[in-house]
Design a protein around this ligand. Structure first.
Ligand code: R1P
Ligand code: MN
Ligand code: MN
Length: 411
């Protein structure tokens, strides 16, 4: 039976990439800096304390992958562990450091064109675009129209939004048009309809995603974003390894969490909704247990990025990693002889870094399965090596980019 399980720890970077300077990210290191702060006792709070404890990922080569990526073994992580899997690190060839670029490149389709961006920090969106949206959606106006962190803007404009009923428009260094509206006072369906209109009006602007950002709460300090976030992505520019598995083998691709949205629902045969790390992990285990031949179970663990990376919350990120690692043995126990488990990431989001945006970093690639030698697989020139490995494993036609990290015998 052939089954691949891809665990995408959103924003789990392991050291700045050689082109990081272009992004203002030279020196960033999501895991390295979290480990350093933990080791110095600077990440102790009600959620965790002491040195970073990731014994299970470390047995799959995490510490060694970090060392290979940035030259320094992560502080506090156990050394000289007996390897249970293969490991390497990969650099990104896509032009951006955003979620779709990282995910698509992992699936064998790097983004080599430039996305459109809204570079102005105030009055970010072109007036002509705003006018069209206002007219088509029959709005009385809008709030925001700027770069912002999604939680900061709720503190600033959430109450005004509730009073006026005007949607909050904002963006970031990524190619995104984000819309925050109160789930109850504005309405979830109305927000989704507005996002759909904006998606259509963005034709020609080359914007990666429109993101619905529903929230709840009565007043400042109580606002909370909900799991009803929805991403409206454009489609990948060519067939991903997910699409190939479905087209060439009639295979099954199970999306857990945000995966389906990120691939614009292409190459996905089943979608499982889940919110928060515990539920994402529970649903992953369920799907891995039930998976049949020629199946990919693909989970995006968004919380590392959205709850901790962008929020620059080091202790929160560390606690989330420790939680995830503590559950990893449950997944490892379900991996059968022919299966392949891949633990990886889509970009960095160093919680010690300036600003609140992603960071241009290498990603870890931890491989586990009987067909994987317990060794280093070096530096990978593109995240697409993962997609090529998956194509090779399933015996699909090769992807245009990437080299297989491990090769498998055709059946
Ligand atoms: O600050 P929030 O709303 O979480 O926004 C973040 O989430 C977006 C999508 O991942 C990114 O572009 C980043 O700006
Ligand atoms: Mn991401
Ligand atoms: Mn993000």
């Amino acid at each position: 039976m052939k089954r691949v399980f891809i665990m995408m720890l959103d924003s789990f970077g392991i050291g700045y990439a050689s082109d990081a300077e272009k992004f203002g990210d030279k020196g960033s290191n999501t895991l390295g800096h979290i480990a350093a702060q933990c080791a110095e006792g600077k990440a102790d709070d009600h959620r965790r304390n002491g040195a970073l404890k990731l014994p299970n990922m470390n047995r799959l080569g995490l510490g060694l992958a970090v060392q290979a990526s940035c030259g320094q073994y992560p502080a506090g992580l156990e050394q000289n562990v007996e390897l249970a899997g293969g490991y390497c690190f990969a650099q990104e060839i896509s032009s951006g450091k955003d979620t779709p670029s990282g995910h698509w490149e992992v699936a064998g389709v790097p983004v080599l064109f430039d996305w459109g961006y809204f570079p102005n920090h105030e009055n970010s969106f072109p007036q002509a675009l705003l006018d069209k949206i206002v007219k088509r959606a029959n709005l009385k106006g809008y709030l925001g129209n700027c770069h912002s962190s999604g939680t900061v803007i709720l503190d600033e404009l959430g109450e005004e939004h509730m009073r006026s009923g005007l949607p909050i428009f904002y963006t970031s260094a990524d190619s995104v048009f984000q819309i925050a509206c109160h789930e109850e006072t504005y309405g979830l369906e109305k927000l989704y309809e507005l996002c759909q209109i904006v998606r259509e009006e963005l034709e020609g602007y080359n914007i990666g995603r429109v993101i619905a950002r529903p929230f709840i709460g009565a007043k400042v300090g109580e606002f909370q974003r909900t799991g009803n976030r929805k991403d409206y992505s454009i489609e990948p520019p060519s067939a991903t390894v997910l699409q190939k598995l479905v087209a060439e083998k009639g295979g099954e691709v199970v999306s857990i969490g945000k995966i389906a949205d990120i691939y614009a629902h292409t190459g996905i045969t089943r979608k499982i909704k889940a919110t928060g790390l515990p539920e994402l992990f529970d649903k992953t285990l369920q799907e891995v247990k039930a998976a049949g031949n020629n199946t990919i179970v693909f989970t995006n663990f968004v919380n590392f990025d959205s709850d901790f990376g962008h929020r620059r919350d080091v202790a929160g990120y560390a606690a989330a990693l420790e939680y995830w690692d503590s559950r990893l043995p449950e997944l490892l126990n379900l991996v059968q002889d022919d299966d392949l488990l891949i633990i990886t990431a889509d970009h960095g989001c160093d919680p010690t870094w300036q600003g609140t945006d992603h960071t241009r970093e290498h990603i870890p690639v931890l491989l586990y399965g009987k067909g994987v030698a317990k060794q280093s697989f070096g530096k990978r020139e593109t995240f697409a090596d993962i997609g090529q490995t998956v194509a090779n494993y399933f015996g699909l036609s090769p992807m245009d980019y990437g080299k297989p990290i491990v090769t498998f015998q055709a059946e």
